[in-house]
Each structure stands twice: as structure tokens, then as C-alpha cells.
Design a protein around this ligand. Structure first.
Ligand SMILES: NC(=O)c1ccc[n+]([C@@H]2O[C@H](COP(=O)([O-])OP(=O)(O)OC[C@H]3O[C@@H](n4cnc5c(N)ncnc54)[C@H](O)[C@@H]3O)[C@@H](O)[C@H]2O)c1
Length: 309
């Protein structure tokens, strides 16, 4: 199949691209290389790989990128509440309008995957399922939800609402909570943890890739639905995460009652039954992912180049 990945040079995309090439697909990436990342360089040797350096805000570029593809995996975005708050107009233009541009450029027969997020839900009192009415609290959640609705309205599409990703990728992100915790534990030898009882939910970045491979193979039985993507086994409090890391490396933890509030107010357990019932389960558990981070991040010297801000 011919597959377009927007934002393919990013944290998730740079692990997804080689997997799709290995499966024999033709892969076209549209990415503005916002972080000057070099994550796509290994694939230029492959004749099945094509790269368009461009912006999802540019309608002509988007039309060119979308044309002739069977499947579109739309990842390009300004990611996370802090990055969107920093430049809210850019977040609106990229996350909402950029998605509209892709969606309008595709025909009804071109399948589309939309990368949504648990941040669309806002504050949730009980177990979070896909049936809940999302009430996003951040610009990130709001732009991502409105864009998700546009894609789902057109049909022939699947939206994945991902848990917070973690793990290593060629386009490293150190703003993600487990990655940030391990990095600080290793480099500073202490960690300040706010709101330790807050319940969060996680998914390893390679399991996100697996969810896309699964979705491509099972598109017909999954289409026109929204799915939470993660695992109940990865519903953890911030205290749990700090303590799991503490069992593996030596550092000090300082628990502080009140800190900077999470703009998305994520403090809930999420159900992943809907996607499990279709046959998808994650395979990387928290221990494996934390071990990977400890081994890998020891080799990383600098913090800032990988920031999403
Ligand atoms: N990583 C997570 O925890 C997580 C969780 C839920 C949802 N998501 C969603 O998954 C998608 C990918 O996230 P990621 O973690 O890989 O983030 P990322 O920031 O690493 O990737 C985003 C990519 O989009 C590109 N990009 C940004 N603006 C662009 C533009 N205007 N035109 C073209 N390309 C542009 C960037 O260069 C980057 O390669 C996003 O849509 C995000 O909302 C991620």
C-alpha cells in the first residue's frame, strides 16, 4: 500500500516509518522538520521512501502529499498543552486547520488514521471510556478534539486516543512524564513529584506503532470508531512511577502536595476494552520501558534540544 505519514519525522513517526517500510509498504512522509530532526535520514536509501519537507498548513503541499495514497496516518501537530499554550494561533492553524486541509484533500476512498489524545477528555470522575462526552480543558485538547470530529465526520477513518507515550525514539521527547522522571533521576539524582496521587495512563511508543500496524490490517472491522489506545496495566499514579524507578536506580524523591496544575487535569483511569475487543493488546510493560529509558538515557547528555517547546 502507499501510505502518507504526516509528522513522520516525529517521536512516534520515526519509529513507524521503518516498520511500514519493512512490511513492504511505500511510505511518503510530509513533515516540516520543526525540531531540525535528522530522524528520517536512514530511509532515503530505500526507493519506497519519499520525503516532502513541507507544512500541513499549506493547501497545495497537502494536496500533493495526499494524492495517490491509499492510507493517511496524520501525526503532524503542535503536541502537548505547554507547546500549544505558548503559541495558541499556531496550535489552531496546525492542529485544527492542518487536519482540515488533509481531510479535505482526501477522497472518500482514502483511509485516514487520526492521532488523537487522552487530553480531549478533560476532568473525568470515573473510568474513562470512549462514550464519555469529551470536555477538553487545554488548547491542545480542544484543537485535537475539533480536528478529530472533522475526520470522523467524513468517514472511512479511525481515531486513536493515545495514553501518554513513553520510551525511546530517534526523535526523543523528554517532556513526557516517565521520560522526564528517568532523565531527572539519572542526571540530577533527585526528583520533585507534585500531586503524587494523580492517576495517569501510559503506552510505550512502540505499542503505538503496533496499534497502527494492527489498524491497517483490520481497518474494515475497526473503521468509523474512536479508540482509547493503551493498557489498564499502565494506569499508574505519579507516586507509582517514581517508586518503580527508585527500585532500579538510586536517587532522592521529594513529594510536594501542590504544584503547577496539569492543564489537562488528567487524573483518571482509562478503559481500553473497546480496542481489546477488536483484538489489539499492548505488549511492552512498564518495567521493560523503564529499563530501556535507564539504559538509553544514560548516554544522553543534553536536555533542551528535545523539548517540545
Ligand atoms: N506522544 C504522545 O504521548 C501522544 C499522545 C497522544 C497523542 N499524540 C499525538 O500523536 C501525534 C504525534 O506526536 P509525537 O509524540 O510524535 O510528537 P512530535 O512533536 O515528535 O511529532 C510531531 C511532528 O509533526 C511535525 N510538524 C509539526 N508541525 C508541522 C506542520 N505545520 N507541518 C508539517 N509537520 C509538522 C514535527 O516536525 C514533528 O515531526 C500528534 O498528533 C500528537 O497529538 C501523541
Amino acid at each position: 500500500m502507499k501510505i502518507l505519514i504526516t509528522g513522520g519525522a516525529g517521536y512516534i513517526g520515526s519509529l513507524l516509518v521503518p516498520q511500514l517500510l519493512n512490511k513492504g509498504h511505500q511510505v511518503r512522509v510530509l513533515d516540516s522538520l520543526l525540531f531540525r530532526q535528522t530522524s528520517m535520514l536512514p530511509y532515503f536509501i530505500n526507493p519506497d521512501f519519499e520525503f516532502i519537507k513541507g507544512d500541513v498548513r499549506d493547501v497545495e503541499t497537502v494536496k500533493k502529499a495526499v494524492s495517490g495514497t491509499d492510507v493517511i496516518i496524520h501525526l503532524a501537530a503542535i503536541v502537548g498543552a505547554p507547546a500549544c499554550k505558548k503559541n495558541s494561533q499556531l496550535a489552531e492553524d496546525v492542529n485544527y486547520q492542518g487536519t482540515v486541509n488533509i481531510n479535505e484533500a482526501r477522497t472518500n476512498s482514502q483511509k485516514m488514521f487520526y492521532a488523537s489524545t487522552g487530553s480531549v477528555y478533560g476532568k473525568v470522575e470515573n473510568i474513562c471510556t470512549e462514550d464519555l462526552q469529551p470536555k477538553p480543558l487545554s488548547i491542545y485538547g480542544d484543537t485535537k478534539l475539533r480536528a478529530e470530529k472533522e475526520v470522523m465526520k467524513k468517514g472511512n477513518s479511525i481515531a486513536y486516543r493515545f495514553a501518554t507515550a513513553f520510551g525511546l525514539s530517534p526523535r526523543l521527547r523528554l517532556d513526557l512524564l516517565p521520560n522526564d522522571f528517568v532523565f531527572n533521576a539519572l542526571k540530577n539524582h533527585y526528583l520533585v513529584v507534585y500531586d503524587k496521587h494523580f492517576k495517569r495512563t501510559f503506552v510505550h511508543v512502540k505499542d503505538i506503532v503496533s496499534a497502527y500496524l494492527f489498524g491497517i490490517e483490520n481497518f474494515e472491522k475497526m473503521k468509523n470508531e474512536v479508540y482509547n489506545v493503551g493498557s489498564e496495566k499502565m494506569n499508574k499514579t505519579k507516586e507509582d512511577i517514581a517508586n518503580i524507578i527508585k527500585q532500579k536506580i538510586n536517587f532522592e524523591i521529594l513529594f510536594v502536595d501542590k504544584g503547577i496544575p496539569d492543564p489537562d487535569q488528567r487524573d483518571y483511569e482509562v478503559s481500553y476494552k473497546k480496542i481489546r475487543d477488536k483484538g489489539f493488546e499492548t505488549s511492552i510493560d512498564f518495567d521493560m520501558g523503564i529499563d530501556e529509558l535507564i539504559r538509553g538515557l544514560q548516554t544522553v547528555d543534553v536536555a533542551n534540544p528535545f523539548s517540545n517547546l
